[in-house]
Design a protein around this ligand. Structure first.
Ligand code: MG
Length: 350
């Protein structure tokens, strides 16, 4: 067997059973050889006048100067506007989403409801933070504004009211600090563990590790449906000019290892095709939202979902493999470089 196939077989089907989850009993107490956590600058808190400084290891989603991290839902440039260093929702322009996809995370959001307040109940200062584009933490002007409990500010919309109403008046800056654990699905696509959510509203605990029963729905509690481990975060256009500033995210746990960006259909479809070097063939298809690589030697084919680190570079994630495309000026795949475990093969499109 060729070295590359041996490697591939070992990674994909070998006896490796994974690693045991870290336990407190893995280390003696006070062991000096135990790896110490990375050192970071924790940043500074915000005031009403001025946004604080994010932690040094955060991914900055909006710092007041540009919307490079954001897209409209169709992948085009976002139509929300920046005014005086603040991001404002434009009525009817649609939700916006991050270019990058995220799973487990710590998310910091600052928002301010329109002043003077207009409308009532769900019509006043309504927006929302959608983790993975599916699970909403409600943004609403809940200062002196009656609505249903599971739809007020900091509710897990339609599921869990906040423990207290910690709202500030419209025009004042408010913060959400969100810790989100994505749902897990087993190999059959069934729910293995639900999403969990902790929220501090203006520093006050309002959601304490609550379990979500499924994605956010209006007039329905929709069941979970299998989805990617990482999906873009989105902000809701509910027709009110809610403002945002100082948006940052820290990826947590094993999800943090892989960066993933979401690209539109046209970009991905140009990479679909059959690539070959010698007796190694790599067939790129698009069975669902992700590209898939079927890697074949004579007598053996293995398929892997491909996660986009950039427009050209994809991680196979279940093992240490990457596929980097060489493209023509219009983005059509002409060849690819397949990396696995320190080996590299250059394949041409057939
Ligand atoms: Mg909303």
């Amino acid at each position: 067997m060729k070295p590359l196939l041996l490697l591939l077989a070992a990674f994909a089907t070998g006896p490796f059973l994974g690693t045991r989850a870290a336990s407190v009993f893995d280390w003696p107490q006070h062991d000096w050889s135990r790896p110490r956590p990375p050192i970071i600058d924790p940043g500074t808190p915000s005031t009403d006048e001025k946004p604080g400084k994010p932690p040094s290891d955060a991914i900055i989603l909006f710092d007041g100067t540009h919307l490079d991290a954001w897209r409209s839902m169709d992948g085009s440039a976002p139509k929300w506007v920046i005014k005086d260093g603040v991001l404002e929702c434009v009525r009817g322009s649609g939700y916006i989403r991050t270019l990058e996809a995220f799973g487990d995370c710590q998310l910091h959001v600052e928002w301010s409801a329109p002043t003077p307040p207009e409308g009532s109940s769900q019509g006043r200062g309504n927006s929302g933070v959608f983790l993975m584009g599916l699970y909403e933490v409600q943004v609403l002007d809940s200062h002196d504004n009656m609505t249903y409990a599971d739809g007020q500010a900091a509710a897990a919309y339609g599921q869990h009211p906040p423990l207290v109403n910690a709202s500030r008046p419209p025009g004042k800056w408010q913060s959400y600090d969100i810790i989100f654990t994505r749902p897990r699905f087993n190999a059959h696509g069934e729910l293995a563990s639900p999403a969990r959510l902790t929220v501090l509203h203006n520093g006050v605990l309002v959601q304490n590790n609550v379990e979500l029963v499924g994605p956010t729905g209006w007039l329905e509690r929709a069941p979970y449906r299998r989805h990617s481990d990482k999906l873009p975060l989105s902000l809701q256009d509910h027709g009110n000019p809610v403002r945002y500033r100082n948006l940052w995210i820290r990826e947590l746990g094993s999800d943090a290892k892989f960066k993933e960006n979401i690209y539109d259909d046209a970009t991905l479809n140009k990479l679909v095709g059959r690539y070959r070097v010698g007796d190694l063939s790599i067939v790129i298809t698009r069975p669902a939202d992700l590209l898939q690589a079927a890697i074949s030697y004579p007598g053996k084919t293995m398929s892997f979902p491909m996660y986009a680190e950039s427009k050209n570079k994809f991680n196979l994630r279940t093992f240490d493999g990457t596929i980097t495309f060489e493209t023509s000026a219009d983005g059509t795949g002409q060849g690819l470089v397949f990396h696995i475990g320190g080996e590299e093969r250059k394949a041409r499109r057939e």
